[in-house]
Ligand binder design. Structure first.
Ligand code: B1M
Length: 230
């Protein structure tokens, strides 16, 4: 909101606060988002509620308007910056569960793709669930994944792709794991808006994760299977 300075956050209902947060993600207002996230947390909302009902909900509208040609790359970059500022506050809170290590995870966005908000969220949520997470960022080639696997010896490999043009690269990575004889040493989980269960199956991944919460549940489930618990 452009006239945000006139708004007294503490006087808003929680519903209004969340609406404002969504609008300010849309408008790319970093300082306002920081204040609103803090206000929402001070009201007792959980970090996950603030994330999903405020920041992610705002980014959903950005996505729809980007698709429809109402917003363009510079505006979307500003929205991403505001979203990241909010996520910066939530990150330590999501991670602070003190849970014992569940396993080691490497996650990164595939080659040709620079979208990282979703995979950063998954990283944070995995950390919060007790995984040691190595986030290798964006635009990862097979060689990048292999180097990270060699260095960290993960039990879970997560890959993210947001573009229909980059999602096929996930299969290139999985095929390389098979060729190297290490595919069965880890669980491969994939995610990103254009993917589906059928796609994950087709490329030989263990599962598709619709969102970060699902990514946590699925990762835990596979860890239990590996440990012979279920
Ligand atoms: Co991009 N972009 N973008 N973009 N962008 C999309 C993806 C698009 C759907 C927009 C649209 O048209 N509606 C469209 C793709 C169309 C398609 O392929 N079918 C698109 C396009 C076309 C492009 C460009 C080509 C635009 C251009 O230059 N003309 C370009 C490509 C750049 C590249 O990668 N080479 C581009 C660029 C950008 C920005 C740089 C401006 C910016 C990215 C900034 C950043 O990430 N640092 C951007 C953004 C922000 C988006 C949208 C608007 C939002 C993505 C996002 O962050 N969502 C997006 C529209 C949309 O997705 N609705 C769009 C919020 C995030 C929390 O959700 O990433 O889905 P998401 O992650 C979720 C789940 O998918 C899942 O969990 C997450 C949390 O719940 N998940 C995983 C994700 N990864 C996972 C990994 C896992 C598990 C779960 O591993 C186990």
């Amino acid at each position: 909101m452009s006239d945000n300075e006139e708004i007294i956050l503490s006087e808003l209902s929680t519903e209004e606060l969340l609406e404002l947060m969504q609008e300010d993600v849309y408008d790319g207002y970093v300082d306002e988002i920081v204040e609103e996230v803090q206000e929402a947390l001070s009201r007792g909302m959980t970090p996950y509620e603030v994330l999903t009902q405020g920041l992610v909900a705002g980014m959903d509208v950005v996505g729809a308007d980007f698709r429809d040609g109402i917003l363009f790359v510079p505006e979307v970059l500003m929205a991403a910056k505001a979203m990241k500022a909010g996520m910066g506050i939530l990150r330590p809170l999501l991670a602070e569960t003190g849970a014992p290590t569940m396993g080691i995870a490497v996650i990164g966005t595939v080659k040709g793709d620079i979208h990282d908000i979703g995979q950063n969220l998954v990283s944070m949520m995995w950390e919060g669930a007790g995984f040691d997470v190595y986030n290798i960022g964006i635009n990862n080639s097979v060689e990048d994944y292999m180097a990270a696997i060699e260095e960290h010896n993960p039990t879970i490999l997560g890959m993210s792709a947001l573009l229909t043009t980059t999602m096929p690269y996930m299969k290139v990575v999985i095929d390389s794991l098979v060729e190297a004889g290490i595919r069965n040493e880890m669980t491969v989980l994939v995610g990103g808006a254009p993917l589906s269960d059928a796609f994950a199956e087709e490329i030989g991944a263990d599962a598709y994760c619709r969102d970060a919460a699902v990514a946590v549940d699925v990762a835990k489930k596979f860890m239990q299977i590996r440990q012979g618990v279920v």
